[in-house]
Every structure is written in C-alpha cells, then in structure tokens.
Write a protein that binds this ligand. Structure first.
Ligand code: SF4
Length: 218
C-alpha cells in the first residue's frame, strides 16, 4: 500500500522524456527538506489528512491530503487516462518498495519513470527509467547514494549558482553507467540558464528546460 497525494495527466516537461504525455503519480512523504521545494505539501504523512481515493482523485489544488492505494488501485486509476507513460514522483517515492507497482504497470503495457532525489536505494522493476535529481547538502541531511547514481538512466540537476555545479561534481557521477547529465536552471532564472548553457557546453552535458512552465501545464 502506498500513500498517494495525487494522480493527474499532463506532459512530462523535463530532461530526456520531455514532451511525453504522462500520468503523474505523486507519493506522499519526503525527508530531504530542500528549502526551495515546490511540493512541501508532500513532506509528511499526517494520518489526519488521509482521504478516500475518490476524494484524492478529484482534488484540484496542492494540499497535504493523501489516499492509501494498492498497486491495483493505482493501475485502475492510471488506466482511466490516455497516456501510457507513468511518472512516479513525490515527495520521495524511493522511500517505498516500488517493485509491486512498477512490475504491475510494466506488465500492463506502461512505460514507467521514477523521479528521485538519489538518497534512497531504488526498489523498482528493472525496466523503470530512473531519473535522479541529486539533492546535496539539504537540511534533511540525507546523502546521495552511489548505488542509486549507478542505477540512474539520467541525472537531472537543478542549478541556481556555481556551487550547485560543484555539488554535482562532488558526487561519483563518473561511475554511473549511463551518465546522461542534464543541468536544469532553477526558477527559469536567466542567470541560472546562462550558467547551465555554459557548463553543459564545456562538459558535453545537456540543458533541461522546464518546458511545462513555458507551455502552461502542470
Ligand atoms: S527531494 Fe524533492 S520533494 Fe523532497 S524536499 Fe527536495 S524537492 Fe521537495
């Protein structure tokens, strides 16, 4: 059973899968505590905020309410949409054993992507596309794990200032098997975007623009 904050359909806007119609499944809970987190309402699993699956599915605002769902419940919910790509996000979804859910989704014909901070070991079907957005030195004091970087299909790093590049370089990314590395400017800042372009060009990395924020979707 998994605490689910929301399930909705949109276009994946970031990194390698940008442009892909997707059903986002957002799990509740995250101990990383990034100061600039835009999903702070997912940090805690407050039992008083538990709602029914039906109520969770119809909510239209970011709230800290959540519903407990089995993998079968989630499959039923995502099958109600058109998209055949499922993005499991959070919160920090890798806090949970995602093997039952990802195995069910893959077996039902979905492609599956997992977005994680890299601070937990990945428990997911081997076909799961793992996007690690490493959070270094955050108040939650969680370390980015080498084994999770090794499992990553892509690394998507939020960048606001030069120190963020240094944080990325401090990680053992050279050991990752497929180090497709994306630098993503924070908050569409021009300065951060220029920094990302400069660093990506020098290092042959890539720049991830949060296209969902430019086309006005979630
Ligand atoms: S890891 Fe993600 S959900 Fe958790 S605090 Fe950081 S940005 Fe927010």
């Amino acid at each position: 059973m998994l605490p689910i904050n929301e399930i909705f359909e949109t276009i994946q806007g970031e990194a390698c899968k940008a442009g892909t119609p997707s059903v986002f499944v957002r799990l509740q809970a995250c101990p990383v505590r990034c100061p600039w987190c835009d999903t702070k309402h997912t940090w805690f699993v407050d039992s008083e905020r538990r709602v029914s699956i039906a109520d969770m599915m119809i909510k239209t605002e970011d709230t800290n309410t959540w519903a407990m769902m089995s993998p079968e419940d989630v499959l039923l919910a995502v099958q109600a949409f058109s998209a055949r790509h499922v993005v499991i996000t959070g919160g920090e979804p890798a806090l949970y054993d995602l093997r039952p859910l990802t195995t069910l989704l893959v077996g039902s014909g979905f492609s599956v992507q997992l977005e994680t901070s890299g601070t937990q070991a990945i428990q997911a079907h081997p076909y799961t596309w793992v996007t690690v957005s490493p959070k270094v030195g955050m108040p939650g004091r969680r370390s980015v794990l080498g084994e999770t970087l090794l499992r990553a299909n892509e690394i998507k790093h939020p960048v606001g200032k030069p120190a963020d590049i240094q944080n990325l370089l401090s990680l053992p990314i050279e050991h990752a098997l497929k180090p497709e590395i994306w630098l993503q400017p924070l908050s569409q800042s021009r300065k951060a975007t220029e920094l990302c372009i400069r660093e990506a060009t020098v290092r042959n990395w890539r720049v991830s623009i949060q296209t969902q924020k430019y086309i006005g979707v979630r």
